[in-house]
Design a protein around this ligand. Structure first.
Ligand SMILES: NC(=O)CC[C@H](N)C(=O)O
Length: 309
């Protein structure tokens, strides 16, 4: 079953939106505090090009942690599975996304998965290119292709704001450097990472990216294989096991679709073989997931039988 109309979707949005007041906009990246806590929008994009939406889907959001899925796809392409997974693990942590704890206790010392900050920083380090600009352009280019929107760029204010305050991420990098997981200049890596997190798009763009992932990496319009299907499979698997931080298990039970969230309040969803989802709801729960976005996905999963389990 699929969503029959934007009106039907709007009713679910109205219901889910009620939970926004229990959440809080991210403030550890100062520029994100400007977001409107009560916003909730969604776009669903189907392989035949049809799209349903509710809320202001043209409102922009930055990718934040959602970018980790895209950089993983590039690193797997650039370096191959063996290289990537020798340096980053494949297991959920049960810890917050920016935790440093398991880097010390896990032996050998490597990040447990590519969806936590430590793992994502190691993955971004692996992206090939002769300069930060060139590596960043490669990330941006893939996002433009996946979303079919060449005008996507990054929000410099958000990137600068995170760059100035990213001391915890710097600590993760120095730890990784000490243990030989990365070997580049930390400021340079933080520059690239904060730019990747600040890539700015809207729900519609996000839902198109989700649709390509749902269709195993193939653009349903052009039929171009934008990401190899084996890479798309790995990305979607990490989205299931680690995509919603330390709420991924509960999310798998309650919603049951591959999804990745970011602290901007974005959620990228891919319902395998069916459609892509883009959500923006900046009020976050205590784990950093969009509180109304999670509620909306739960309502949708129940109504449209979306769970893959
Ligand atoms: N959970 C997130 O979205 C985190 C991304 C953010 N840029 C950070 O590194 O802290």
């Amino acid at each position: 079953m699929q969503c029959r109309s934007a009106e039907e979707l709007q009713l679910l949005v109205n219901e889910a939106k009620k939970s926004s007041n229990k959440g809080k906009v991210a403030d550890y990246i100062p520029a994100l505090q400007k977001a409107n806590k009560d916003t909730l929008s969604i776009s669903l994009f189907y392989p035949n090009g049809s799209c349903f939406s509710a809320g202001d889907i043209k409102e922009n959001l930055t990718l934040q942690s959602i970018s980790k899925v895209i950089t993983l796809a590039i690193a797997l392409n650039d370096r191959g599975e063996e290289y990537v997974f020798n340096r980053v693990g494949q297991e959920p942590t049960g810890d917050p996304f920016n935790s440093i704890a398991k880097l010390e206790t896990n032996k050998p010392s490597k990040p447990l998965n590519p969806m936590i900050n430590a793992g994502a920083l190691a993955v971004t380090h692996m992206i090939e290119g002769s300069s930060v600009d060139e590596r960043f352009k490669r990330i941006l280019k893939l996002i433009q292709k996946l979303s079919g929107n060449e005008s996507i760029s990054y929000n410099k204010e958000v990137a600068d704001s995170e760059f100035k305050t990213a001391d915890l991420n710097r600590s993760l990098c120095y730890f990784l450097k000490e243990h030989g997981v990365i070997d580049e200049d930390v400021e340079q890596l933080i520059d690239l990472y904060t730019r990747q997190c600040a890539i700015e798009l809207n729900c519609l763009d996000l839902s198109r990216i989700g649709c390509v992932l749902a269709m195993d990496g193939k653009d349903p319009y052009t039929e171009e294989q934008l990401i190899p299907s084996s890479v798309a499979r790995i990305c979607k698997t990490f989205m299931v096991t680690c995509g919603m931080y330390n709420a991924s298990g509960e999310f798998a039970i309650e919603v049951g679709i591959p999804a990745k969230s970011g602290v901007s309040g974005g959620i990228l969803g891919a319902v395998p073989g069916r459609f892509g989802i883009g959500i923006y709801g900046p009020a976050l729960d205590e784990k950093g997931n969009s509180i109304a976005g999670m509620k909306l996905l739960k309502l949708m999963s129940e109504k449209y039988s979306l769970s893959m389990f």
